[in-house]
Design a protein around this ligand. Structure first.
Ligand SMILES: Nc1ncnc2c1ncn2[C@@H]1O[C@H](COP(=O)(O)OP(=O)(O)OP(=O)(O)O)[C@@H](O)[C@H]1O
Length: 359
């Protein structure tokens, strides 16, 4: 990881909400903030940008304590959900705006605006007024404008929320490319878990004003710290199991409903350490495999089937637990109440102690 650019530990209290967050973001990193509505993502961005002051704590940017600096002196750019562009100005003038405020000489200003117009494919729209642009074009202008003053850090709060699905996907892909090309540091708030996983180098998952886990997308998905994170990203089936230690360092895992099945698993370093006890076993829908040849697996009843085109989504009843499975479309002919045999394809079983939050 590169050098740390932003380091913060802050507290902020509102009458009915308390934020207590600590995080570090590296230079050139694409960092995402995710979590359910009201968990404090926007408040955290506002604290970083200076639009809000923390009650206590410090924010260090590029080695400088910026906790008490006004927003204009922080060298932090922001792209909001509504873009906040100037409708009466042209694309060119919008991008140039921050450079005029910075009193950059005319020649340098023109050079920078031209570079950004080229990077964001806006050259032909340079003289157009904002109110005559499409949503996607406005989005690009907003990004170019906020990057023009070369901020240390760019904060993006749900920048695609007003765009339709296809455009959103296209721009999200481009955003990542621009970020890498520019060597810029982004903190990105998204409501779309999949988007955040696809774009970011690392994510912070928040809940009730606290950061619950910070890790790269793969660790977040495959090694969630608790059942909240497991359920927040993609669907997670949480199966109650009891783990007992076998001689030979094997774990014997018995499903709560012991009529179902036992299986054995040898934890391998650096795999998760697991002591005997009661756990939730995290099984992702794509980790459930239907057996067509043999019926030696775990018996399940089909409750519901949704045909998704490329895959089939099944609701299965395994013992007393309802589980979601994603299987190949060769299973599209299954019907409710049919019995199937399945097994779990768990490369790295993930156990969450059962005394915690259960989502
Ligand atoms: N100025 C304020 N005064 C009082 N309460 C506030 C203020 N700003 C935010 N809050 C409260 O703080 C909590 C967190 O709000 P915030 O906007 O940070 O959440 P969020 O995670 O960005 O939510 P969303 O995903 O819905 O945008 C909410 O309960 C909100 O009502």
């Amino acid at each position: 990881m590169n050098e740390i650019l932003l380091q913060m530990a802050v507290q902020k209290k509102y009458p009915e909400f308390r934020l207590q967050a600590e995080l570090g973001v590296a230079q050139d990193e694409f960092f995402a903030l995710v979590g359910p509505s009201g968990c404090g993502k926007t408040t955290l961005l506002r604290l970083i940008s200076g639009l809000e002051r923390p009650d206590s704590g410090r924010i260090i940017l590029g080695g400088e304590d910026i906790t008490k600096l006004p927003p204009s002196r922080r060298r932090i750019g922001m792209v909001f959900q509504d873009y906040a562009l100037f409708p009466h100005l042209s694309v060119y003038q919008n991008i140039e705006y921050g450079l005029k405020v910075q009193r950059l000489p005319g020649k340098e200003r023109r050079k920078r605006v031209s570079e950004l117009l080229a990077l964001f494919h806006l050259e032909e729209l340079a003289s157009r007024k904002i109110d005559r642009l499409s949503g996607g074009e406005r989005q690009r202008v907003a990004l170019a404008r906020s990057l023009a003053p070369r901020p240390f850090l760019l904060l993006l709060d749900e920048p695609f929320s007003s765009l339709d699905f296809l455009l959103r996907q296209q721009l999200a892909g481009e955003l990542k490319q621009w970020q890498k090309e520019l060597g810029a540091t982004f903190i990105f708030v998204s409501h779309q878990q999949e988007e955040a996983l696809a774009l970011s180098d690392r994510l912070a998952v928040m809940k009730n004003g606290r950061v619950v886990q910070i890790a790269d997308p793969r660790t977040i998905y495959e090694e969630p710290v608790d059942s909240f994170v497991a359920s927040f990203f993609g669907e997670a089936n949480l199966l109650p199991v009891r783990v007992t230690m076998d001689p030979g360092a094997k774990l014997a895992i018995a499903f709560e409903d012991t009529r179902l099945a036992h299986f054995e698993y040898t934890p391998e370093p650096p795999g998760q350490k697991c002591t005997p006890g009661d756990y939730w076993l995290v099984v992702r829908p794509e980790e459930i495999v239907l057996e067509t040849e043999s019926r030696s697996g775990i018996s399940a009843e089909v409750l519901n089937l949704d045909y998704l085109g490329y895959l089939v989504r099944l609701d299965l009843l395994i013992g007393a637990t309802r589980m979601r499975a994603l299987v190949g479309k060769e299973h599209a002919f299954l019907r409710p109440e049919e019995r199937v045999s399945c097994r779990f394809r768990l490369n790295k079983p993930r156990f969450i102690p059962r005394n915690g939050y259960t989502g």
